[in-house]
Design a protein around this ligand. Structure first.
Ligand code: PLP
Length: 393
């Protein structure tokens, strides 16, 4: 792969490994293992595998390696490890580097499964976790200690779309030598500047924008070559959360179009958010790309635009939210995001049902809140669909 290529070129050609047949489309090496030319060759490969030498698909596979190289290039990371799901990536980023006695600071507004790892799982193994309001820099300053090993946060919170200042929080963490791990799903790899802003490790659920077409679960951990190969790889090799070659092929094909898709989706989301602002049935329209968003200046510096998700708070509460969902004709009711199809979610009764009412209230997840992931449909059709559904809410 040429270092000179611009992003769109690298997303189409980056990481390609052609077989002796010279196939145009990336090959799916749907094989668990690899044959050695001799017993000596097998022994040598187990001592040290070269860049184009593979042993077992749990350790690595040519199709998976193509995906890792292509996504690392997009993120501006030295290396990447592909995983079976986004949660396998979050788990790997944390569990591979933590041990009993360590201290972690995390933002409280987290995806439910991320919260499970930090709140339930890590403390079981003697890791102390302190939760903060991620948008309050003083809380980070107060919580991060000399013995803090790592910090973890979602750069844009789901579903309230508050944005955490990666540069400032990373600077605070680095003063104490803590590793900065960022779950960057809502920012998307297209608009991410996380590593240049100070993140040490970036995690994605590839299930979202990287596939972008609702087909497969996947994830990826990105970071320095040292962290990926010396810390993440041994953990993943021996615990079994590897991405399958077939999934890696789907994700490679997703990367070919991700820049076009996500830019189009973000432009449609802004258009929808602008159309919705001030609507009489809405108590709030939450979209980081709107000039009225309290963190719009930070958003501009951090990702340049507001992303592909807008959240609407219906003044009529849960009843109105359900009537709205049931009246949608284009957008589907589901819980993925970043998909080609627009998806509407009611967090309070689905993705965040596990939380208590007080916890939901503290995070701003009101009974009327709808998370709306904007797809690739014509934005005018989407706006008409949402407006008609609001009329019936
Ligand atoms: C979806 C999601 C995950 C988990 O990803 P899976 O692929 O579903 O395992 C983690 N973090 C965030 C922010 C997500 O949106």
């Amino acid at each position: 792969m040429s270092e000179k290529w611009n992003t769109r070129t690298a997303l189409v050609h980056g990481g390609t490994r052609r077989s002796q047949y010279g196939e145009v489309s990336e090959a799916i090496f749907l094989t668990q293992g690899f044959v050695y030319d001799s017993a000596e060759a097998a022994e040598a490969r187990f001592v040290e595998a070269g860049a184009d030498e593979f042993i077992y698909a749990r350790y690595g596979n040519p199709t998976v390696a193509m995906f890792e190289e292509r996504i690392a290039r997009l993120e501006g990371a030295e290396d990447a490890f592909a995983t079976a799901s986004g949660m396998a990536a979050v788990n790997a980023a944390l569990m591979s580097c933590l041990r009993a006695g360590d201290h972690v600071v995390a933002a409280r507004a987290l995806f439910g499964s991320c919260l499970y790892i930090l709140e339930d799982l890590l403390p079981r193994f003697g890791v102390e976790v302190t939760f903060v309001d991620g948008t309050d820099l003083d809380q980070w300053r107060a919580a991060i200690r000399p013995d803090t090993t790592a910090i973890f946060f979602e750069s844009t919170a789901n579903p309230t779309l508050e944005v955490i200042d990666i540069r400032v929080v990373a600077d605070i963490a680095h003063e104490h030598g803590a590793l900065v791990i960022v779950d960057n799903v809502f920012a998307t790899p297209v608009f991410s500047r996380a590593i240049s802003l100070g993140a040490d490790v970036v995690v994605y659920s590839a299930t979202k924008h990287i596939d972008g077409q609702g087909r497969a679960l996947g994830g990826v951990v990105l970071g320095t070559r040292d962290f990926i190969r010396k810390t993440v790889e041994p953990y993943m090799k021996h615990t079994g959360g590897a991405m399958s070659p077939f999934t890696a092929w789907i994700m490679l094909k997703g990367l070919e179009t991700i820049d076009l898709r996500v830019r189009a989706q973000a432009a449609s989301t802004l258009k929808l958010a602008e159309a919705l602002e001030g609507h009489p049935k809405l108590a709030r329209v939450l979209y980081p790309g709107l000039p009225t968003h309290p963190q719009n200046a930070l958003v501009k510096a951090q990702t340049g635009q507001g992303g592909t998700v807008v959240s609407l708070d219906l003044a009529g509460g849960q009843g109105a939210a359900f009537r709205f969902l049931n009246a949608l004709e284009i957008a589907v009711i589901s819980n993925n995001l970043g998909d080609a199809k627009s998806i509407a979610t009611h967090p309070a009764t689905t993705t965040h049902q596990r939380l208590t009412e007080d916890q939901r209230a503290a995070l701003g997840i009101t009974p009327g809140l709808i998370r709306f992931s904007v797809g690739l449909e014509d934005p005018d059709d989407l706006i008409a669909d949402v407006m008609a559904a609001l009329d019936r809410a």
